[in-house]
Design a protein around this ligand. Structure first.
Ligand code: FAD
Length: 361
């Protein structure tokens, strides 16, 4: 059996899912190396801050739409059969207001809120007569909520079971990672899963990446279902959503999509607006007659989504004679595209390795 040495640079949801799928082939010997690992909370590490849920936002015939479609069966299987992964099903309602059409959040959720969305096979529309006057339409479907504090370590465990090694390191150039394979020998391939840091990582320097700041409040209160709405009357780049994490993970109240905003600290005024809007959208969140004083706050958090102008980059590139396969730039949909993107990386890796084998003959 020919052995392939692979280094996965990055231990967020993109790196871990890629390592997991690649590790199913026993001839792949994989080292995951990263500055941050599951258990860390840092503004340079997006994955722990996510809700996270499955809200399709890619157009049906787009790459993002394809990755979202391919990812759903994996998340469904995990929610159904692997309670230890920290993923649970949630009844979901997505409300749409026509007046949000041109706002930042309205454009972000354009596919999600469409009256005839491509994911409709599981989505009956809520009839209009059930809606408040301020709402123009709604989609109701079953989605999942991922407790990232459980799910990321679960991914590490699954990788370890398949022999993947983990190593802390910081790199200034992407090709330096080729020398960090646990075997001590140079890796055949480096998979670049560095998220927003691909903006400054040597050899990649992707200036089309920018942060889309997301602020959330985690509370004890249970909303009963998952809800979101296309926009707010407070600001173009603020949004309202609620989702309950599995296994005692609390409820995430969101949020914002603040482009080019690098501020790592929670804004207290925004936190109050988020809580007010969530209680207004979902009065069940608190006792009858209560406002935000009825919320039991666990923490306030901020994460920076790695937004890329042309969408996620999943492709190969030779840099200083090192073969690099990129998988970064997943914006606000890194979980819901994770298995689709990792599958494409796996296909690229297989083709490259086959080609290398043939070249040796
Ligand atoms: P990251 O998680 O940022 O990981 C990058 C990795 O690379 C880290 O391990 C880091 O240490 C390592 N690294 C970087 N540079 C270097 C270097 N030079 N040397 C060594 N290591 C390095 N997505 C969804 O699908 N659904 C949601 O509901 C959702 N909600 C979100 C809510 C919020 C508030 C936020 C902030 C994000 C949300 N997202 C959601 C988006 C999702 O979290 C991201 O798309 C995803 O986490 C990106 O993961 P990643 O692995 O690509 O990057």
């Amino acid at each position: 059996m020919d052995i392939s040495r692979i280094v996965v640079l990055g231990a967020g949801v993109s790196g871990l899912t890629t390592a997991l799928l690649l590790s199913k082939n026993p001839s792949n010997k994989i080292t995951v190396t990263a500055k941050h690992m599951p258990g860390d909370y840092d503004i340079e590490y997006c994955s722990p801050w996510a809700g996270a849920n499955y809200f399709p936002v890619g157009a049906e015939d787009s790459a993002v739409g394809k990755w979202e479609r391919e990812t759903w069966p994996y998340l469904q299987d995990l929610a159904q059969n692997f309670p230890e992964a920290g993923i649970q099903f949630q009844d979901t309602v997505v409300y749409n207001r026509l007046k949000d059409k041109e706002s930042i959040t309205g454009r972000w959720f354009a596919e999600l809120t469409k009256p005839e969305p491509w994911y409709r096979s599981v989505v009956p529309n809520v009839p209009k007569y059930e809606l408040k006057d301020s709402i123009d339409s709604a989609n109701r479907f079953t989605s999942v909520c991922i407790n990232t504090a459980v799910y990321l370590p679960w991914l590490v465990g699954q990788c370890r079971k398949n022999g993947v090694e983990f190593k802390r390191a910081i790199f200034t150039h992407v090709t330096d990672a080729a020398d960090s394979h646990m075997s001590g020998k140079r890796a055949d391939i480096v998979i670049n899963c560095t998220g927003l840091s691909s903006r400054t990582l040597g050899g990649v320097w992707d200036s089309t990446l920018s942060p889309a700041r997301g602020q959330i409040v985690v509370v004890q209160n249970d909303p009963g279902n998952m809800q979101t709405i296309s926009g707010t009357d407070d600001a173009d780049d603020e949004i309202t959503y609620l989702m309950a994490r599995a296994s005692g993970g609390g409820t995430i109240l969101g949020g914002s999509l603040q482009k080019n905003n690098w501020d790592p600290l929670p804004d207290p005024n925004l936190a109050i607006r988020i809580m007010k809007r969530c209680v207004e959208l979902c009065p069940n969140l608190v006792e009858k007659g209560q406002g935000i004083e009825g919320l039991n706050i666990i923490r306030h958090s901020v994460g920076l989504r790695p937004l890329r102008h042309d969408g996620p980059r999943v492709e190969k590139e030779k840099i200083n004679e090192v073969l690099v396969v990129h998988n970064y730039g997943h914006g606000g949909y890194g979980y819901q595209t994770s298995y689709g993107c990792a599958t494409d990386v796996m296909r690229i890796v297989e083709l490259v390795l086959q080609h290398n084998e043939k070249a040796k003959l």
